[in-house]
Design a protein around this ligand. Structure first.
Ligand SMILES: [Fe+2]
Ligand SMILES: [Fe+2]
Length: 469
């Protein structure tokens, strides 16, 4: 069933580079065994209505058809080359690099490996969700996200193999050896070791954690290393669908809760997710995802910016691109108090990117709150916790803050943690709602139906077909 290299859609002229071709040929069977071992459980032989990128042109990147997942055509696509110059940092105005500059080799490898590691990690985290899908529509969306994360892994592995020689090949092998949640060889970033064993967590993950990915990719899309910039630009087109799945998925759960509350009914009594649980899951996944941006003050971030490796969000639309002689004001915890601090702007680049992310998350919450309002829920509104809340990275890590960001004692945290974050009981309740609904057009009790189908197909379309069909 293994595909041959010729069947890997690509626009990088794979067949002209024998060494690269050999390296990828060796890696490919390992990728497929990884996919079978820890990819979507129980659906490998099903026919899934999937979108496949077959070229980067407007009419080629979204080709829909029924595919068995192990036969998905994981392609390698870079946005076409253009006359680009580096758009920021100390090297601004110089031509972009077609090869990796020696002095940035380690930094670039680390950036690429860290991004690459998240792609297979999320597939592993989500592998059991198919068993409890709320509808065929959602099942198909889950698998679409999974195969595209697989393609993102291919995209990053291509860069490692093509530009980083032997080190790159070793890194590519290790990407298939680490495992989400493993005590022995865990994935690199923490949010990617959290279990995702219910669909509320899946939608929160695709809303908040995939959204971190969008901002990281957008920053790398500005990179002076042109192959990385061109790869991440194309990945962003796929990422948009993952964010859509998350944002609309949560919205539909909010809607179901709101419909019941608006009628004075208790969501719990009707097999839906109650408001306070939605808030707790927002608190958890927002805070875990904030950590992915890195420390508030970071010399690495300053170096990456100065060197032209990683820009700001939409750097090309900003007015100035050096970020010198400016500072960023932030409140930092010091001895139990919050102290205002002026940080050189370049050292605050993680925080600058996090600002964009927080704005985007707030926009989604505003939308969910409209759903509450429209359904007659008057007083309750979802809120993002403060960015100091429940952090594992940066100056707030290891300290205790309430959702408003005020410092509290450890005792108080312990007493109130279960009001703010999902408790074991909450997780059990959410899991108790998870029963598979696989009848065409039917949707589980805890989530509203989507407003429309995929690619113009009706809601009762058979998006996933069993092997016998
Ligand atoms: Fe991805
Ligand atoms: Fe994604």
């Amino acid at each position: 069933m293994a595909q041959s290299l010729e069947s890997i859609p690509n626009n990088v002229d794979l067949s002209s580079d024998r060494r690269l071709q050999r390296a990828l040929e060796q890696w490919q069977p390992n990728f497929l065994s990884w996919w079978r071992e820890v990819g979507p459980d129980g659906f490998q032989a099903h026919q899934v209505y999937l979108r496949t990128a077959i070229s980067v042109e407007a009419n080629g990147w979204a080709h829909f058809d029924f595919v068995r997942m192990p036969e998905y055509r994981w392609g390698i696509f870079l946005e076409p080359k253009s006359e680009r110059r580096i758009g920021f940092g100390d090297v601004m105005g110089e031509p972009v690099w077609e090869e990796v500059p020696g002095e940035h080799r380690n930094a670039l490898r680390r950036i690429i490996v860290t991004q690459a590691d998240t792609e297979p990690a999320s597939v592993e985290q989500q592998r059991l969700l198919g068993r409890t899908c709320p509808s065929l529509y959602d099942l198909r969306n889950l698998f679409q996200v999974n195969v595209e994360e697989g393609r993102h892994l291919w995209a990053m592995v291509y860069l490692l193999h093509r530009y980083f020689g032997r080190d790159g090949r070793e890194e590519a092998d290790e990407l298939l050896q680490r495992r989400s949640g493993s005590s022995d060889k865990p994935r690199i970033l923490n949010a990617f070791n959290e279990p995702i064993d219910d669909w509320l967590s899946f939608f929160m993950f695709t809303m908040f954690t995939d959204r971190d990915g969008k901002y990281q990719l957008a920053a790398l899309a500005q990179s002076g290393f042109d192959p990385l910039a061109r790869t991440t630009r194309f990945m962003l087109t796929e990422e948009a669908h993952h964010l859509f799945v998350g944002e609309t998925g949560v919205d539909r759960i909010v809607q179901r809760c709101a419909e019941l509350m608006g009628k004075g009914l208790d969501p719990r009594a009707h097999g839906a997710v109650p408001f306070e649980l939605l808030q707790k899951y927002v608190n958890l996944w927002f805070s875990l995802s904030l950590d992915l941006f890195g420390g508030e003050v970071s010399s690495n971030a300053a170096d990456f910016f100065a060197a032209g490796l990683k820009g700001r969000f939409r750097e090309d639309q900003l007015e100035e691109h050096k970020a010198l002689g400016k500072s960023y004001r932030m409140e930092v915890p010091e001895g139990g108090k919050l102290v205002a601090q002026e940080v050189p702007l370049r050292n605050a680049m993680n925080e600058v990117l996090r600002d964009e992310y927080v704005k985007d998350c707030q926009r989604a919450l505003d939308r969910w709150n409209k759903t509450l309002e429209k359904n007659g829920v008057k007083e309750l509104r979802l809120r993002l916790p403060h960015r100091r809340f429940h952090r594992g990275v940066g100056p707030s890590a290891g300290l205790f803050f309430d959702p408003e960001g005020q410092p509290i004692a450890e005792q108080e945290w312990k007493a109130r943690e279960q009001q703010w974050l999902p408790s074991a009981e909450d997780r059990t309740y959410v899991r108790s709602l998870m029963h598979p609904v696989t009848e065409r057009g039917k949707v589980a009790s805890w989530i509203a139906p989507p407003p429309k189908g995929i690619n113009g197909m009706p809601l009762d379309f058979e998006y996933v077909r069993p092997p016998s069909a």
